[in-house]
Design a binder for this molecule. Sequence first.
Ligand code: C2O
Length: 541
Amino acid sequence: AKEQRHEFVIQEASVTRLCNARTIVTANGQYPGPTVEVSEGDSLVVNVVNNATYNITIHWHGVRQMRTGWSDGPEFVTQCPIRPGKSYTYRFTVTAQEGTLWWHAHSSWLRATVYGALVIRPRDAVPYPFDFHGEIAPIMLGEWWDMNPIDVIRTATRTGAAPNISDALTMNGQPGDLYTCSSQDTTVFAVKSGETNLLRFINAALNTELFVSLAGHNMTVVGADASYTKPYATSVIVLGPGQTTDVLVTFDQPPGRYYLAARAYASAQGVPFDNTTTTAIFDYGASSMASPAMPTLPAYNDTATVTAFTTSLSNLHAVELPSAVDEDLFFTVGVGLFNCSAAQNCGGPNGTRFAASMNNVSFVLPSTVSLLQAHYQGDAAANGVFTTDFPANPLVQFDYTAQNVSRALWQPVPGTKLYKLKFGSVVQVVLQGTNIFAGENHPIHIHGYDFFILAEGFGNFDAATDTAKFNLHDPPMRNTVGVPVNGWAVIRFDADNPGVWLMHCHLDVHITWGLAMAFLVEDGVGELQSLGAPPPDLPVC
Ligand code: C2O
């Protein structure tokens, strides 16, 4: 195992897309940012120097960060932001994970442009559990706004209205040639006839779940979120923001050019979304300049295809989980509305402002210290910053997936509430979608952990009948689960990583609105002493 050193200089750069030049925040002037490549077992030392005009932090999405919580990155959770002119060095090891993860800014909406791939190959002499000839560069799906994404969310936060949807979807930062004024902004991948390649997909979009398809070619899924799956052949893959999927493709079609295309899966009824199609071109190197073949993508509301895909993924290995758990938690997830006074003049539906919550708590980040630092400094300090009374169950039970439930039942309450987990406990969480404002598929992500997905379904979770559906034998392991629209998903993990770990919807607009909570995992030693003291360069607020 090696130590790999990188420097990310966060800086503004001018980038032109759709014939509009815009100043965006980048890492090292690159958009998307640099790919980080490691072998399993390597450690990473990444010095982040902030030469931009915004505060920033970097999060290593999906990296377990075993006892390295100071390097996880979400602002005000594990660290204060790196201010302009300052720097911070992230130090961690990537172990027991192979495949594709990524890194992104975890501060306001900066991850719209500050993100990159993290490729984890098996260590020397360890084979992949499948055969292929070579790899295509990671394919990062994203969104492009014709205005500064920070201004988009600042405006929405001020007015309480929904933020503007993006103006284009992107692949490796390029919209592709189906947009006006975009033929120069198309990624082309050269492939060799007869070869089987490994393709790594990352959904780095802020607010859009995506269908992805390659014209004329099937894809065989072999991994997701840096965990191997049993091979699964499909013509379309589905990724929520935060998720990755590794697939094998055999280029066995007549030599030519084929579009790889991605389009939104928009599960919320009546909510506007970016309905454009982004493309890249897979080129066999044939001289023909005929237009590329176009794949058929599912309709934007094709939930059946999403379910067929997600329920077809299983762990490559048998894991055999026990049926008993130590913590049996039930969290509702959803978007709601805050009441506003006439004087506040809110821009949301009927003079309200948008809010989102888990178990009716709309998460509020501290602003003077990070949660982890507050806890490390001792309970006295922590007491003023957060409380540990996040509810294990909804405080008010109602028909979660019915339409038009009384707003009195679900008025979200702002708070900085954590749920305390004993070190080593077996934790199960039922994530129950709600239909309060609109039912929607929520990609729920946990920091510091991978989890098994035991089951998913529609309607209200019913322990009496749904427990029988749990896959305890070979459940897929991920760091982000799509909770079905007006449905539920059940996840399981062992609380073996001490620290403060954020759990949130990876639709950025929802985390902005409060669809988050955090776990405080004790270390069995007392007050997280096993984490070690905060690094000397940890930013102060
Ligand atoms: Cu990919 Cu909290 O983030």
